[in-house]
Design a protein around this ligand. Structure first.
Ligand code: CDP
Ligand code: CDP
Length: 256
């Protein structure tokens, strides 16, 4: 149902040891910004798995209102939906666009970035069959290594053998403030309390769901970036990746 244009990773990576890097964490912890920067520095492909859940949720909302849909309808919707993630052209990276997202051929890159879609995404993400379909596509897209994929279950379910797993955290207040600022910049005036409620509600649903809940993988490295900027966090992860690359080079290749 979905596919990604798993393109070109240019440059700097060590040709012999391309890692699979999984970055998981709650909303607003900085996954997208940090993962994209890490991928840029290493010359890896960046993939935002959450964009796929958001795109499907947008379709469900547009079709008939998510609340009216049964699980069976949402599963059928997922099976008949084509979602494509494309690496962002450099000029759009500067504007903060992460992956470009196409839903059945239409560009929904901006349309999926609303609080309504975020909440709906975390609802469709509770359905096991929907997850199976999306996870399969995520695995295909990252199969060659040299990829930084971020989401909620990348280190636990999508790539349990990833060579580097990061669990990115920040305090709920900091995460809400970050998200609030983004809304302000788009001219959307919400109160900080509203955004904090939204973030907490989604964290709860994501952490407590039965299928693939948001949990730190047992071999995941906790990085709390409450008091760190994007660049500093990305540099730390790149340092960990370089160490891992060296370790793997010593033992003669990838483990996954
Ligand atoms: O993908 P996720 O929801 O985890 O977070 P994000 O979209 O990468 O980051 C949310 C907002 O926080 C963005 O506007 C980032 O620029 C900002 N951010 C930050 O100010 N400092 C960090 N260390 C990480 C993210
Ligand atoms: O950027 P932010 O952290 O706010 O959310 P996102 O990564 O765009 O993901 C939106 C929703 O999709 C999350 O709240 C999760 O419910 C779901 N999701 C998931 O279940 N598994 C993933 N690998 C990625 C996202």
């Amino acid at each position: 149902m979905t596919d990604q244009t798993a393109s070109t990773s240019t440059s700097a990576q060590s040709a012999s040891c391309k890692l699979t890097i999984a970055i998981d964490g709650p909303a607003g912890s900085g996954k997208s910004s940090v993962a994209q920067r890490v991928a840029q520095i290493l010359g890896y492909l960046y993939l935002d798995s959450g964009a796929m859940y958001r795109a499907l949720a947008l379709k469900a909302l547009q079709d008939n209102g998510l609340v009216l849909s049964s699980h069976a309808e949402l599963e059928a919707l997922a099976a008949g939906t084509h979602i494509e993630l494309k690496p962002t052209p450099l000029d759009l990276v500067a504007e903060g666009v992460k992956n470009q997202v196409f839903l059945d051929g239409f560009d929904v890159t901006q349309a999926i970035r609303t609080p309504e879609v975020a909440q709906a995404a975390s609802q469709v993400a509770t359905i096991a069959k929907v997850r199976e379909l999306l996870v399969r596509e995520q695995q295909k897209a990252g199969a060659g290594g040299g990829v930084v994929m971020e989401g909620r279950d990348i280190g636990t379910v999508v790539f349990p053998n990833a060579e580097l797993k990061i669990f990115l955290e920040a305090s709920p207040e900091t995460r809400a403030k970050r998200r609030w600022k983004e809304h302000e910049e788009k001219g959307e005036h919400l109160t900080l309390a509203q955004v904090l409620d939204e973030v907490r509600e989604r964290d709860k649903r994501d952490s407590e769901r039965k299928v693939s809940p948001l949990v730190r993988a047992k071999d995941g490295i906790l990085v709390d970036n409450t008091a760190m900027g994007i660049e500093e966090t990305a540099r730390l992860i790149v340092m960990l990746a370089r160490e891992r690359e060296k370790e793997l080079a010593k033992v003669g290749g990838r483990e996954a």
